[in-house]
Design a protein around this ligand. Structure first.
Ligand SMILES: CC(C)(COP(=O)(O)OP(=O)(O)OC[C@H]1O[C@@H](n2cnc3c(N)ncnc32)[C@H](O)[C@@H]1OP(=O)(O)O)[C@@H](O)C(=O)NCCC(=O)NCCS
Length: 225
């Protein structure tokens, strides 16, 4: 059964034939393709479209088509994939994104990627997820950082599918592992548990004792001044 992920504003879903055309337009936008070796012709865009479908057939997950829930428009893709090359961090699953420029700057990539990360850890049971880009792609790196991914420059690598001397060959690698991901999620208070947490603090004699001691100390210091 096809997997779909819902977020507040996005539906990450299997690709439709109707996505081909907006996908082609996105892949010929110089803003979107700034950090890729070239813009894609219609044929190349279609080949990528089909490669993404084959990846779903082979692995059961992939780069989902991202649709705005508000008006069902295609805005790009977000998802998980197995890179097609060998590198020091392989085997690995990467998280990746590409959105129409009109959709940028509203937190959509991060929102979709959070759902994909959760799916990767909670449903696929992955131990770690990586992401990579060229050093100059600050937008994409910012998404990685907002997801809690970390960068160690000792992991940086030359992309083996680009020839030596190519200006985009050097790549930065970001990682997040299951433990870091779950620690970040348990740190976020689930909305329905706020009341319970407040009650736990109020009923803790030790917290009250420390609070009053601190409070009294501050006033004692002020009075002395
Ligand atoms: C990367 C991309 C998916 C981000 O999409 P998005 O929905 O705009 O991302 P978000 O809004 O979730 O986050 C973008 C962050 O980058 C920041 N940003 C934007 N332009 C920036 C710049 N020039 N330098 C540094 N940070 C920048 C934003 O302010 C935001 O961070 P903030 O929330 O802390 O303010 C989108 O720019 C894109 O499709 N780029 C082209 C394709 C691409 O490069 N894909 C990645 C290949 S690895």
């Amino acid at each position: 059964m096809a997997v779909m992920l819902n977020t507040e504003r996005l539906l990450l879903r299997p690709w439709l034939e109707a996505d081909r055309e907006p996908f082609r337009r996105m892949n010929t936008d110089p803003r979107v393709m700034e950090f890729f070796p070239k813009m894609l012709s219609s044929e190349e865009s279609d080949q990528l479209f089909e490669r993404i479908q084959r990846h779903f057939d082979e692995h059961g997950f992939g780069f989902w088509a991202a649709e705005l829930r508000q008006d069902q428009s295609f805005v790009g893709f977000v998802g998980l994939a197995v890179p097609r090359f060998e590198a020091h961090f392989m085997p690995a699953v990467e998280i990746g994104w590409r959105l129409r420029a009109e959709a940028w700057g509203r937190g959509l990539a991060t929102e979709g990627a959070r759902a994909a990360l959760r799916y990767g850890f909670a449903t696929l049971g992955l131990d770690a997820i990586v992401s990579f880009t060229v050093p100059a792609n600050r937008r994409s790196r910012r998404v990685m950082e907002k997801l809690g991914m970390t960068h160690d420059e000792r992991d940086d690598f030359d992309h083996p599918l680009l020839p030596e001397g190519h200006s985009l060959r050097r790549h930065v690698l970001y990682r997040i592992d299951r433990r870091r991901h779950s620690s970040q999620h348990s740190a976020l208070p689930p909305p329905h548990s706020c009341r319970a947490s407040a009650a736990a603090i109020v009923s803790s004699t030790r917290n009250w004792y420390e609070f009053w001691r601190e409070f009294a100390g501050v006033w004692a210091r002020r009075i002395r001044l």
